[in-house]
Design a protein around this ligand. Structure first.
Ligand SMILES: [Zn+2]
Ligand SMILES: [Zn+2]
Length: 314
């Protein structure tokens, strides 16, 4: 632990409740079940390379603040395991302290202690790979937990990089596999059953010969497809289905859930000269960037009691 950090946190009276130390994040290592205690800024520096990789400096700084805000907004998310967050895409990808790079450490240091806040709370800031031209409201993605109230925004920056849609073909038997996992074995047909304000598919209806149907959330549909065919299968819910003889052609834009910061857009914005403040101001409209010390009593209360961890990422 760095004495300067310890001293500054102690001076700020920054001692949050619970078994974890004041400046630690308790990370559940999913492969072993062990809980690793990591100093907050070390955690931010270790997560950055796995979440955004190589990026211009201003995009990295914006992402560092989002990573710090996200983890502080999710303290105690894995409290059943005496942990705050897990090391997988469910929370944020943490591969261990060895993942820290010189560049990621500099980004954590340059933004040390800065978080996104709204209504005197740290914003559990969501982020994703590529919004496909406009972001969505977090509440339209996750309805099973407290999520920040962020307005959807247009994004020309990621479209500057690419407007080409992705395509994924789904055979009738694959529709059956999806149905099996989602609760309607024998499914053969699909249709869009609802869209949210950003145009993303919020509800999908599956149907089986004989008339049985099942309506599922778009988020669950995509997560199930990704569990079967990988991260590059149904990349987002900003999509359309088109029936063809053997099944469906799915075309879509973007990659990821679409809420909060768009990484492709943030990189493009940094490349065209925007600052981290401008980048955060675009994707987290209505949130302020503040030093954590001013929010510490609320962060202290944020470590949630034991309970199940809802699905959040990616
Ligand atoms: Zn998790
Ligand atoms: Zn975007």
């Amino acid at each position: 632990m760095r004495w300067s950090l310890l001293l500054s946190l102690a001076l700020a009276g920054f001692l949050w409740a619970g078994p974890a130390a004041s400046d630690e994040v308790r990370v559940l290592r999913t492969a072993t079940g062990n809980v690793e205690r990591v100093e907050l800024e070390e955690y931010v520096a270790a997560v950055l390379p796995g979440e955004i990789g190589r990026a211009p400096r201003e995009a990295l700084l914006a992402q560092a603040i989002a990573v710090r805000s996200y983890v502080l907004g999710h303290l105690g998310r894995h409290s059943a395991a005496d942990a705050d967050v897990c090391d997988s895409t469910h929370c944020q990808v943490y591969r261990g302290r060895h993942a820290v790079t010189k560049v990621s450490r500099q980004a954590a240091l340059a933004t040390k202690g800065l978080v996104l806040s709204m209504d005197e709370k740290v914003v559990a800031a969501p982020f994703h790979a590529d919004c496909g031209g406009h972001t969505t409201r977090p509440i339209d993605v996750w309805d099973d937990q407290e999520v920040p109230e962020l307005p959807p925004v247009e994004d020309d920056a990621c479209l500057q990089r690419s407007t080409a849609p992705w395509v994924f073909r789904l055979s009738r038997s694959q529709v059956g596999q999806l149905g099996q996992k989602l609760g309607l074995p024998g499914s053969r047909y699909l249709e869009v059953y609802g869209r949210d304000g950003s145009g993303r598919v919020s509800m999908v209806r599956l149907a089986a010969p004989g008339g049985a149907t099942l309506v599922v959330r778009g988020f669950d549909f995509r997560m199930t497809a990704m569990s079967l065919w990988g991260w590059d299968s149904i990349r987002s819910t900003l999509l359309d289905f088109e029936e063809e003889p053997g099944g469906y052609v799915i075309t879509g834009r973007g990659h990821g859930h679409g809420a909060g910061l768009c990484q492709v857009g943030a990189i493009q914005r940094a490349a065209r000269g925007e600052s981290w403040k401008e980048i955060l101001g675009h994707y987290y409209a209505g949130a302020d960037v503040r030093p954590l010390s001013g929010l510490q009593p609320l962060v202290a209360q944020a470590r949630k009691p034991a309970g199940a961890a809802p699905v959040h990422q990616p």
